[in-house]
Design a binder for this molecule. Structure first.
Ligand SMILES: [Zn+2]
Length: 345
């Protein structure tokens, strides 16, 4: 894949095409933007473009350099990543990078160091990296990849050129999912909206049963006689037992709450539309395909009740990050949902 084929990041591609042409590359970059928008993919394609034996400004994907960079086995292109379940990138990995960056490239014109999850470096690792950035070696490029730039030390940030990656537009995600799966349009549409501009997330959602869980949430939460307490316990318990770390459990709870939030957002749209055809008015429902159910349920609720529920869910989502006792958190959320639904009836 030529690096000019990276999706929806034309501003980044233009920037690097010009920089390569003018031989005006920075010695350090931070690639920032949400997960799953192509930052690491771009770093790899950029490394190929700089080292390709056949092309001057792009990858050929067939020369030895392109092939080895693709396989992450090129001696001059180094990848650093946090180990699974480790809280931070290992300090030894940054020290190795520091030692290696002093040496000249072995085979290519450039040595490139790509640090994934660079927002997960502790103080010691950050300081070690800072020393390398303060004394850049010629023909060495360091690329820090980070979802959020705020966790990277100011002193590091100020020594790097910051490249911001944008969320991927929904129609591009839809097309990609259609190419890669035979899922029906409702599922593809839902995943594209839920992935929030991240193709990586969308592809991940395609593989798990999130869409089906969401449908169950919509169906059961709009049943006239549902027992919210039983339902919430069921869903949350099953998700809690699936996650390994506290962080995973939090993410799982958040995604359940986001499903419920989107359901109430849809109910609000239907309520505001007041019987007008939502599709005809080109209003985009998150849960397209459930129009009749949504319309029926919206009839039970006032606009104020729906907005109250939305506020409460938003509060709960915020609360997840501050609560260390996950059991207490689950009980609180279950109670919140139950109280809200009984108020809404
Ligand atoms: Zn090549």
């Amino acid at each position: 894949m030529p690096f000019t084929d990276i999706l929806a990041q034309d501003h980044v591609i233009d920037h690097f095409k010009k920089a390569i042409k003018a031989d005006h590359l920075s010695h350090a970059y931070i690639f920032t933007g949400q997960e799953g928008v192509g930052k690491a993919l771009f770093a790899k394609e950029f490394a190929k473009a700089l080292n390709c034996k056949n092309n001057e400004k792009d990858a050929c994907n067939s020369c030895l350099n392109c092939i080895r960079i693709e396989k992450e086995s090129h001696p001059d292109i180094s990848w650093t990543d946090r180990e699974e379940k480790a809280k931070f990138i290992k300090i030894e990995d940054i020290r190795n990078l520091q030692d290696s960056a002093r040496l000249s490239p072995l085979e290519s014109d450039y040595k490139i160091y790509i640090i994934k999850e660079a927002d997960r470096m502790n103080e010691e690792a950050s300081n070690c990296l800072l020393k390398t950035l303060e004394e850049p070696s010629p023909n060495t490029i360091i690329i820090l990849i980070a979802n959020s730039i705020t966790s990277i030390k100011d002193t590091i940030r100020s020594r790097c050129q910051i490249i911001r990656f944008h969320p991927i537009p929904i129609h591009i995600i839809v097309n990609q999912l259609k190419d890669k799966s035979d899922a029906d349009n409702n599922k593809i549409g839902w995943i594209s909206r839920f992935s929030n501009g991240s193709l990586g997330n969308a592809l991940h959602l395609l593989d798990d049963n999130h869409y089906e869980i969401n449908n169950e949430i919509v169906t059961r939460m709009t049943e006239p006689d549902m027992d919210n307490l039983v339902f919430a316990e069921e869903v949350i318990d099953s998700y809690l037992s699936a996650g390994d770390s506290l962080e995973e459990k939090r993410q799982i709870l958040k995604s359940i709450l986001h499903c419920i939030l989107q359901l109430y957002r849809d109910l609000l749209i239907v309520k505001v539309m007041n019987g007008h055809d939502v599709q005809q008015e080109k209003m985009s429902l998150f849960n397209a395909g459930h129009e009749d159910t949504l319309q029926k349920h919206a009839n039970y609720l006032t606009r104020e009740q729906i907005m109250y529920v939305i506020d409460e869910i938003l509060e709960s989502i915020k609360y997840i990050d501050f609560n260390l006792n996950i059991n207490l958190l689950v009980e609180n959320i279950i109670t919140t949902i139950t109280v809200l639904n009984s108020k809404a009836r």
